[in-house]
Design a protein around this ligand. Structure first.
Ligand code: HPA
Ligand code: ZN
Length: 330
């Protein structure tokens, strides 16, 4: 069996996916039309041409701009359903998605509008295709902790459907410590925590995410490689890293895929998973990430199985559900 066939066949979980980052240019155009919004692009090709980033911030600027076309519940349903269709194609059997409430609340969109749109899509994908989903609410770290508290209040009626909270957006200059009070409160209320750390930011941010935010996973985390003591701890405590290879290349965290440290992290004993982050902006969904990584880093069948196994083990599924998928992989 070729590596592509193996990747296609294995069941896997996606643990690092921003739903707003799955907005394909074609859908962006359709929604702009439907909602009477003027885009600064005249064609899908023009949009795609603009997707040339030099760092995280140059991407975020265009990512927040793109989200402006999402207005009605139906828009969020269509966005989420389009992503779940890709999951079906890639045999992603379970997904834990991030959403950015502040991006929408700031534009006057009500919490129930985006939340109910997403939820309906999750429910349809579950009943039609058996794909399960969990929802993680992210706080934008370039905003204040006070704003995060306000947002948490607005989520009150929806908390039963939210499994945890995360931290995303501009990393440099916005360390996890900035959000230690809101995370403490979420933890006390029984929510799981994750955080983007060590994508562009230094290893110290990963230490903070572990010590202050008590995260169950580190999103990205590739810069842990600069700190032996930190890697020892991540290995010892089996903290998963949700790595996003195509994202890292597009945002110039590594110059080219051959330079990516994913295989070195695996060999060091870290629990690495592969994810697509913002697939419509970075050039590929789950299987494309696995394929390009496998080719560039010469991963073998066992490496691919390990990555898929890790994705299930690192998920927030129950032990019984994990067992079912792990059996399939083995
Ligand atoms: N990093 C930080 N914030 C984000 C990302 C990312 O990769 N994608 C969407 N928001
Ligand atoms: Zn991300």
């Amino acid at each position: 069996m070729g590596i592509e066939t193996l990747i296609q066949k294995l069941p896997k979980a996606e643990l690092h996916l921003h739903i707003e980052g799955s907005l394909e240019p074609g859908l962006m155009f359709d929604l702009a039309k439907r909602n009477n919004i003027k885009l600064r692009f005249n064609s899908v090709e023009e949009i795609k041409k603009a997707y040339q980033f030099t760092n995280l911030q140059t991407f975020l600027d265009i990512y927040y701009e793109g989200a402006n076309v999402l207005i009605r519940e139906q828009d969020f349903y269509d966005l989420t359903m389009a992503y779940l269709k890709k999951c079906r194609e890639d045999n992603v059997v379970h997904t834990e998605i991030f959403f950015d409430p502040q991006t929408h609340l700031q534009r006057g969109i009500a919490f129930e509008t985006f939340f109910n749109g997403m939820k309906k899509a999750f429910s349809d994908a579950k009943s039609e295709w058996g794909i399960s989903s969990k929802i993680i609410m992210c706080f934008l770290r370039h905003l204040t902790e006070e704003d995060a508290f306000e947002t948490w209040k607005k989520a009150e009626a929806f908390k039963e459907e939210i499994i945890g909270v995360g931290l995303d957006s501009s990393e440099m200059g916005h360390p996890p410590s900035k959000f230690q009070n809101i995370f403490k409160m979420c933890l006390e209320e029984g929510f799981l925590t994750v955080a983007h750390a060590g994508e562009e930011g230094p290893p110290e941010y990963i230490w903070e995410a572990l010590d202050l935010l008590k995260v169950s996973r580190i999103d990205h985390g590739v810069r842990c490689f600069e700190d032996e003591k930190l890697m020892d701890r991540l290995v010892r405590e089996k903290i998963p890293l949700t790595v996003c290879p195509l994202s890292n290349i597009k945002l110039c965290v590594f110059d080219k895929m051959e330079d990516h440290n994913l295989k070195k992290l695996m060999d060091r004993g870290l629990r690495v998973t592969v994810n697509s982050d913002d697939p419509s902006y970075f050039g590929g969904y789950m299987n494309q990430n696995l394929i390009e990584t496998a080719v560039a880093l010469d991963l073998n069948d066992e490496d691919i199985k390990t990555l898929c196994r890790n994705s299930i083990e690192a998920s927030f599924l129950s032990e019984t559900e994990k067992e079912k998928y792990l059996k399939e992989i083995n």
